[in-house]
Design a protein around this ligand. Structure first.
Ligand SMILES: *Cc1c(COP(=O)(O)O)cnc(C)c1O
Length: 429
């Protein structure tokens, strides 16, 4: 497959933009080689500037659940743009968006729009701290919540560690109040709350993790979390930036039956435009300025173009819930991938919840960050490039989830499975 134009575009970009990209995951650091530069996209397909066509399993890392360039979304953006793209003053569309979110996400009674998932989690944290008057926050190793200083912490071990920043430029003070625990570890969670539960402002987590590869919560983990946070008066924040409107119309919280105090949203909520949102119980949300004292603001928040795109997507998902269909096709894909991997005798684990999935190159169950890290990333890279050469664009890291859209139908799954069988055969030889 010819990719020379992408190569020169990347060389040019590297002299202008750090690493040639505006977000690190795009640089193909996890698989080596050169990222493809996109010309356009339609439905399940991406077209690069060399004229190659790929079946896309990233979907802009989650937002494109209706497929690329959905006609209704394109039309909404066009008709809105003609009327002006930003006013810095309220529009009725913002209430329409808020009404939609509140009607779909069970625990949200009031919501504030922001411009990214990072802003949503950052603001939810501040609100939780402002509301409780406490400082400590609990997160889980391997969960990603955007590039918020106090959340950019990983734990290297199972031990309960007070956070050490995982990026230069974050003062120790920023993470000193961040406690990092092991995902799915109920005992560690209980011990932590019993020791210092009355100092914990909030617990933040991905209810189904997408950011260490796909990892579902164990039965009992979320229930215990809800119980402990309620008992100790801590705010439970579900980061549904990835899972919101993806795993069901009401997100992971509806699918799994857990009621958080606050929810962070992003990705799908903007229909492919830069949007985030945080919302939850009225009593807590009322503390946000100007109705309350907790400061949070944004020049472009609730932007008309973004509202228009998001409203169309959410309305579509509410009116014609595609979740059974997404489940059916994703399940077919999972079964087919497993068969292909088995016959190649390459160790593998496939984790999947609805239309989110990861093929891990490991032989042991993947339930947390440590077990995810046992994966053979070299084997993953080989498989990734073998699939690329056959026109299938997977997430360019072992530790990212893949996404199906409603345009990934039987024909697309067939093509993908054929590519997978050939790819497994190639990397096994
Ligand atoms: C993508 C993501 C974020 C960050 O959202 P941005 O829009 O990239 O700032 C936060 N949390 C989760 C779970 C995400 O998947």
């Amino acid at each position: 497959m010819q990719r020379s134009k992408s190569k020169s575009a990347f060389d040019r970009a590297k002299g202008l933009i750090p690493g040639g990209v505006n977000s690190p995951a795009r640089a193909f650091g996890g698989v080596g080689g050169t990222p493809i530069f996109i010309d356009h996209a339609a439905g399940p397909y991406l077209f690069d500037i060399d004229g190659n066509k790929y079946i896309d399993f990233i979907g802009s890392w989650g937002p494109m659940i209706l497929g690329h360039a959905h006609p209704k979304v394109v039309e909404a953006i066009q008709t809105t743009a003609i009327k002006g793209s930003s006013f810095g003053a309220p529009t009725e569309m913002e209430s329409q968006m808020a009404e939609l979110i509140i009607s779909m996400v069970p625990s949200i009674e009031m919501v504030r729009m922001v411009n990214s998932g990072t802003e949503a989690t950052m603001s939810a944290l501040r609100l939780a701290r402002g509301y409780t008057g406490r400082d400590l926050i609990v997160k889980f190793a391997g969960c990603y919540h955007g590039h918020v200083d106090s959340l950019l912490v990983q734990a290297g071990s199972a031990a309960t560690t007070l956070g050490v920043p995982s990026s230069p430029g974050i003062p120790k003070g920023c993470t000193a109040d961040t406690i990092v625990l092991r995902y799915n570890d109920i005992e560690e969670l209980k011990n932590t709350f019993n020791k210092m539960g009355d100092k914990i402002a909030c617990v933040i987590l991905e209810p189904v993790v997408g950011n260490m590869g796909l990892i579902p919560p164990s039965s009992g983990f979320l229930k215990e979390l809800r119980g402990l946070t309620t008992q100790f008066g801590a705010v439970l924040i579900l980061d549904e930036v990835m899972t919101g409107f993806r795993l069901s119309a009401g997100g992971a919280q509806q699918l799994l039956g857990i009621e958080p105090d606050l929810t962070a949203l992003g990705k799908i909520v903007g229909g492919g435009l830069p949007v985030g949102a945080y919302g939850g119980k009225k009593e807590i949300m009322a503390k946000v300025m100007p109705s309350g004292p907790v400061y949070q603001a944004g020049t472009l928040s609730g932007n008309p173009l973004a509202m228009a795109a998001g409203i169309v997507v959410l309305t579509e998902l509410k009116k014609n819930p595609p979740y059974e269909k997404l489940e059916k096709y994703a399940q077919r894909l999972e079964v087919g991938l497993r068969e292909a991997a088995y016959s190649s005798k390459i160790p593998h684990v496939i984790n999947r919840v609805g239309s989110m999935w990861t093929l891990f190159f490991t032989s042991t169950p993947v339930t947390d960050y440590d077990s995810a890290k046992l994966s053979d990333t070299k084997m993953f890279s080989k498989f990734f490039w073998a699939m690329m050469d056959r026109g299938v664009y997977l997430p360019c890291s072992q530790f990212e989830a893949a996404f199906n859209s409603i345009t990934h139908d039987d024909a697309i799954i067939d093509l993908t499975l054929k590519a997978a069988r050939d790819s497994f055969a190639e990397i096994n030889s």
